[in-house]
Design a binder for this molecule. Structure first.
Ligand SMILES: Cc1cc2nc3c(=O)[nH]c(=O)nc-3n(C[C@H](O)[C@H](O)[C@H](O)COP(=O)(O)OP(=O)(O)OC[C@H]3O[C@@H](n4cnc5c(N)ncnc54)[C@H](O)[C@@H]3O)c2cc1C
Length: 402
């Protein structure tokens, strides 16, 4: 190895890669992040940062928080909106261009080198190092961390013949009828929880100041959402790949009724983005000799909500510890990482899949339970806050004999 070599190269500077970069730089590891885009860049995401995810970030993120959410409007097939409030914050909303840029800056400030506009095309593992390939140059490191999401090169190469479950998500940003500019991806300072009252086309009133919206029943095993930011509403829909046919038609109906403002001309011409959300299955490959993946690249999204940020940060924290161990023991097999992910995150993903099956098998019953029983609603909020797990929730459900 020579001077120009790195201890660790990370492919991708999304939330998972940036946090791993930050944590490793903090421990004086020589590190390089290769990111294919220039930042700030758009990312298809509702930008809902669960309270349990925010708690894992080791620095203040208040400059990029758009809204603090403590309540949810529920509807079933777009009918009968019910607002349920929880006493404490359950989710914070962020705009991904600004949020991701902020995390990248924090990693850089800690001493992490980041090269933007460098797309990783593949890698080759040798006995003492890994060669990481880009279009114009190859880089060398002792370890490669794949944090390049659901479409990344490291994700695809490590997955090889293995597979994962997939959720498809659509996302569109519509005007909320309020002002506030967003030139550099950062929110307007005054925008945090400024009052946002929104009337849909049918005259239904939503207070999006500190509440979001979820709509169930429109598609077989998925849901629609509206996540408010300081000045816009992120509307989306997601469901497993098996149910995708019904997604777009229902989403159009939902938006038709909901959107009462001109959005980039109108909703028909506003760009609707689609992106895959990968969920780990029993044979999903996520690490090998000298290579380990985190976040979406490791297929760690929640099987019920499709949210991925919590497990991005958890996996980055776990991998950081395993990388330090690898250097200490000169063991680069990542069998420690394999075991830790299986015992923690994958275990919960399995529970989230069981929960999903139970929920959608009796959707009307569960919908009623969550919206009408405040103890059950609080339990769901406590999962988002990281105070309960799916396993706890399932134990309670045994009572109902599913
Ligand atoms: C419609 C939709 C809504 C969602 N809403 C939420 C939500 O509200 N809350 C939540 O928690 N999760 C949500 N998710 C999931 C969440 O967006 C992901 O789990 C999260 O972005 C994963 O972060 P990551 O860092 O692993 O990957 P990414 O955010 O995908 O970042 C990967 C990075 O790698 C870069 N990259 C890709 N390929 C290469 C390459 N070859 N070389 C170099 N760089 C590369 C990309 O440019 C990107 O910057 C949503 C997903 C979708 C599709």
């Amino acid at each position: 190895m020579h001077d120009k070599d790195y201890d660790v190269i990370i492919s991708g500077c999304g939330p998972a890669g940036a946090l791993l970069g930050y944590l490793l730089a903090q421990s004086s590891v020589k590190i390089l992040i290769l990111e294919k885009e220039q930042f700030p860049r758009y990312k298809t995401c509702a930008g809902g940062l669960q309270h349990r995810a925010a708690k894992l970030i080791p620095f203040d993120i208040s400059p990029v928080i758009e809204r603090v959410i403590s309540g949810i409007y529920f509807s079933f097939k777009n009918q009968n909106n019910i607002l349920r409030k929880y006493g404490s914050p359950i989710i914070y909303t962020v705009k991904r261009p600004g949020f991701d840029n902020f995390l990248a800056q924090k990693a850089a400030q800690k001493g992490c080198e980041i090269k933007f506009g460098k797309k990783v095309t593949g890698y080759e593992v040798f006995s003492n190092y890994v060669i990481v390939k880009t279009a114009c140059k190859d880089y060398r490191a002792k370890i490669l961390a794949g944090a390049d999401g659901a479409r990344g090169a490291v994700h695809r190469q490590i997955m090889q013949e293995s597979s994962c479950r997939k959720i498809l998500g659509y996302e569109v940003e519509i005007s909320a009828g309020t002002k506030s500019v967003n030139t550099d991806g950062l929110k307007d300072e005054a925008g945090l929880n400024q009052e946002m009252i929104y009337k849909d086309k049918s005259g239904n009133k939503f207070d999006f100041t500190d509440n979001l919206r979820l709509d169930f029943g429109g598609v077989k095993r998925g849901y629609c959402w509206v996540f408010p930011k300081s000045d816009i509403l992120s509307c989306g829909i997601g469901a497993p790949f098996g149910d995708v046919k019904s997604l777009k038609p229902y989403f159009n109906l939902f938006l038709e009724k909901f959107n009462s403002y001109e959005t980039a001309g109108n909703i028909k011409s506003a760009k609707i983005y689609a992106h895959t959300i990968p969920v780990m299955d029993k044979d999903t490959k996520f690490c090998a000799e000298r290579v380990a993946t985190i976040g979406d690249a490791a297929c760690l999204a929640d099987g019920f909500t499709g949210e991925g940020l919590y497990n991005c940060f958890r996996s980055a924290i776990i991998l950081k510890e395993c990388i330090m161990e690898a250097f200490d023991l000169s063991d680069f097999s990542f069998s420690n990482y394999y075991g830790k992910i299986n015992d923690s995150i994958y275990k919960e993903i399995k529970y989230s899949m069981l929960f999903t099956r139970a929920f959608y098998a009796s959707i009307k019953f569960f919908y009623k339970l969550v919206t009408e029983n405040s103890r059950i609603f609080s339990s769901c909020c406590r999962i988002l806050r990281g105070e309960r797990s799916y396993a706890d929730a399932l134990k309670k459900l045994e009572f109902f004999k599913f």
